[in-house]
Design a binder for this molecule. Structure first.
Ligand SMILES: Nc1ncnc2c1ncn2[C@@H]1O[C@H](COP(=O)(O)OP(=O)(O)O)[C@@H](O)[C@H]1O
Ligand SMILES: [Mg+2]
Length: 571
């Protein structure tokens, strides 16, 4: 229920619509049950004289018009609210996801996230569109029908009510079952989405390994697993309608038996009996639907909890940010006894002490898995160090406002995501509405201008999935231009040239050399040839700084460095 409450919070600001909806509901409740009264009166009075017949037909006609208007108004108002709620929810979900911590994205399959955004939202959507609107419409009918029945023959109404507890018990247990099963089936559905997504993203590997059939089987298997659980759920939920029908029938027979006796004994007119009977009929549809609705609510709360759980993930980095804001920084970086471990608890960095001067170029080398990427990711607080602290210009990075801290840092890694859009938009991603001259200047510094000018529409060329395909080296140079434009004081390259061929590497290397002037720079390098310009080389192994020095010094002092060096030059 707390999920439903939280969903309803999205209707804040729409309170003005509530009285309108309630008025429509009351009008509907009267209007929909009016027919029951009309039929009863028809039998009791109208058949005796023409004048009464005329009056009844006239009133019936007016009621038809009211019914039309009220139903339309109600339907529109409720759907208006439902659609607005959904849009607000969807906006809010993405708004939250954008601020979730890195470990959430590393630990959650993207297919699972997408499935929550689509399949679980669909469950809520169905509930809003059909469930809620239906529920309100139906309870309006139910309300009026109950009023009529109580008014006509209280005893008969109470007799009929003996089936109610049975209905409540059935609905209750079905609901528990459905909620449990929805959590399972939605999880299985998310797995199928993950498989589908991996097929799309990994299609090259699949084709090369000719593993189409294997992936096909994997997808079918995940669908089958979903189907089995879903059918199990359906076997139980499919019971709900027939059960309701049987109970409805029972109630009907009770009315016929006891009501019939009342008519025979003269305790009740035939017209009153008919009115009661029609009202009971009016009440039966909503009651039958209510059981369905309850199942829908359980399904919705399960889906809503999957969405809200995701939105509830805390981001401690956001919460612990400070208020320091600097327009410019010098760019000294101090690692003070830094230790770090991911959620797994394994220490990945241990006792890192490192003082990098303003404008210094520091190269990080070492065997893969040593912790180089982790180390540089700590500087913009993509992750927070678990021990010690990192100080920029003497200020703890935690004391900076996060956006301000990150505005001083640019990062280029091995693969850089480019957005769909034009080249100019991608280079200018740092800020909206950047002047064209700045973009071109940045592209020139990144050695990207020449190849961009060879493109069909130059800076306006569309790139990404629906546009021109760029080579790895071209992408890297655009990423570098994107970094330059921020004019950062601290630059981080994490294997920025590792994936490139020698020719592209030379271009990218030139771009990097252009960029690092007067900036504090960290270069994580795979190839030792790319770090000739470094002021200092740091050898990182198993989460520790193993040696520091320039090339000549390290060749003398570090056996690991000598090993890395000889491996590369024997190749
Ligand atoms: N998101 C993560 N969750 C858990 N462990 C991780 C994560 N990312 C990296 N690691 C582990 O941390 C260690 C250091 O990794 P990394 O910093 O990427 O090394 P390098 O960049 O030097 O190759 C490795 O043992 C790796 O398995
Ligand atoms: Mg790495």
């Amino acid at each position: 229920m707390k999920e439903i409450k939280r969903l309803l919070k999205y209707l804040r600001g729409f309170e003005a619509y509530y009285p309108i909806a309630i008025i429509f509901m009351l009008v509907l409740s009267v209007s929909q049950n009016f027919l029951a009264v009309v039929i009863g009166q028809f039998i009791n009075i109208a058949l005796d004289n023409l004048e009464s017949l005329k009056t009844i037909i006239f009133l019936g006609g007016i009621n038809a018009v009211i019914l039309f208007l009220a139903k339309f108004g109600q339907d529109y108002t409720l759907n208006y609210l439902a659609e607005n709620l959904l849009i607000r929810l969807k906006n809010d979900v993405l708004g939250r996801i954008l601020y979730l911590p890195m470990h959430f994205f590393k630990n959650t399959q993207s297919g699972d996230i997408l499935s929550r955004l689509t399949n679980d939202i669909t469950n809520i959507q169905n509930f809003m569109r059909r469930g809620v609107v239906d529920m309100i419409m139906n309870s309006a009918t139910l309300l009026g029908a109950v009023y009529i029945m109580v008014h006509m023959n209280l005893r008969l109404f109470l007799i009929m009510m003996v089936v109610l507890p049975v209905i409540v018990v059935i609905i209750y247990f079905l609901g528990i079952f459905v909620k449990k099963y929805t959590l399972i089936t939605q999880h299985l559905l998310a797995l199928t989405v993950s498989v589908m997504q991996e097929v799309v993203q990994g299609i090259e590997v699949i084709k090369i390994f000719s593993s189409e059939q294997r992936e096909d089987r994997r997808y079918r298997a995940s669908n089958q697993a979903y189907l089995e659980k879903k059918l199990k759920e359906i076997r139980v939920t499919a019971l709900s309608l027939p059960l309701m029908e049987i109970l409805g029938y029972t109630a009907l027979l009770l009315i016929f038996w006891f009501g019939g006796k009342d008519v025979i004994n003269g305790h009740m007119t035939l017209g009153a009996f008919i009115t009661f009977f029609v009202a009971a009929g009016n009440a039966s549809t909503p009651i039958r639907r209510l059981s369905n609705l309850h199942l829908m609510i359980q399904r919705t709360t399960a889906s809503a909890s999957r969405i809200f759980d995701m939105m509830n993930v805390d981001n401690p980095i956001l919460k612990t940010q400070g208020i320091q804001e600097k327009k410019r920084i010098l760019g000294t970086v101090l690692f003070d006894k830094v230790g770090f471990s991911y959620d797994t608890g394994e220490p990945v960095l241990k006792g890192i002490d490192l003082h990098v001067k303003k404008g210094e170029v520091v190269a990080l080398v070492g065997p893969s898995g040593g912790g180089k990427t982790t180390l540089v990711n700590l500087i913009p607080r993509l992750y927070d160090c678990t021990e010690g602290g990192i100080f920029i210009d003497g200020i703890n990075t935690r004391d900076f406002k996060l956006t301000n801290l990150r505005s001083h840092i640019a990062m280029v890694s091995q693969t850089n995501f480019l957005f769909s859009g034009t080249i100019a938009e991608n280079i200018g991603y740092a800020r909206e509405k950047l002047h064209q001259d700045l973009i071109i200047e940045a592209a020139k510094a990144a050695y990207a201008h020449d190849f961009i000018m060879d493109m069909p529409r130059r800076y306006e060329t569309q790139i990404g999935e629906r546009g021109v395909k760029l080579s790895g080296g071209q992408k890297q140079r655009i990423a570098i231009a994107r970094a330059i434009i921020r004019n950062p004081s601290i630059l981080i390259f994490d294997e920025a040239t590792s994936a490139l061929d020698t020719e592209s590497e030379k271009h990218v290397q030139n771009a990097i050399n252009n960029l690092i002037k007067d900036r504090t720079t960290f270069i994580v390098a795979h190839r030792l040839s790319t770090i000739q310009n470094a002021d200092r080389i740091i050898v990182i192994n198993k989460g520790r700084i193993e040696a520091v020095g320039n090339h000549e010094q390290l060749m003398e002092t570090s056996s690991l460095y000598r090993k890395l060096y000889s491996i590369q030059f024997n190749n």
